[in-house]
Design a protein around this ligand. Sequence first.
Ligand code: NAD
Length: 274
Amino acid sequence: SSVPAITLNNGSVMPQLGFGVWQVPDDEAASAVRTALEAGYRSIDTAAIYGNEQGTGHGLASSGVPRDEVFVTTKLWNADQGHDSTLRAFDASLDRLGLDYVDLYLIHWPVPRQDKYAESWKAFEKIHQEGRAKAIGVSNFHPSHLQRLLKESGTVPAVNQIELHPHLQQSGPRAFHAEHGIATEAWSPLGQGKELLREPKLNAIAGKYGKSPAQVVLRWHLQTGNVVIPKSVTPSRIRENIDVFDFELDAGDMEDIAGLNTDSRLGDDPDEMN
Ligand code: NAD
């Protein structure tokens, strides 16, 4: 069965499960993206800083899947924040991707120390009005950073992409997003494939359904309402990670997974990131 979609606050329709390409080398990105598209993914998450927008674009172009059937996200890197530099960075991203629009453009990190995200957001609004980014959003924004955008601008971010997995469940930010019509997108949804996937609870649930711990975690995200973008370069895992629509976790499973929260981050705290 196929991937459900969610409707963003601007009317865009986004697949609830997509393919992330962080740490995929540029020369492997085309093949990984093609494998993902063949497996049925219709959403790809890249970023300027990943250095693989070109490979990602080649993968899309050579896949045979029509452009308008794929939801493409890229992100503005920290060093390019500011009004005019954002406009230039966006042009460069489109160029590398070989596209004339993206479906979603995100401010990658708020970087409160450089205090330029509100100014960058004005450039995002312009890019959005021009139709070159169908939707605009942010990433790694704490509710306090979002509050400031809500106060200073008329455009509510469509998405906030944050670190989120069963060890970092982010219930405060998720509630804030829901209250303001911002979709929550989970990065490192599998906890980067580390300790999380060895949790005995997850393995017990996986055994019950004949699924893998990774599939159980992805199912938890989907049933929680998160958008997820698991990453893999291994074709069998790329397929495994989208094969999550033939089973459902019950309330007891969901409760067991809720109990795994330790509020521990794998990545940086957005307030500390430079
Ligand atoms: P992830 O949680 O998706 O884990 C990926 C790793 O888990 C793989 O490298 C592999 O080692 C392992 N894995 C994948 N599938 C598996 C399976 N079925 N079974 C066992 N192990 C498996 O981690 P991620 O790549 O950090 O996050 C996903 C995507 O989120 C990234 O590719 C990127 O697009 C995005 N991201 C965004 C930010 C941000 O700041 N906005 C930060 C990190 C990641």
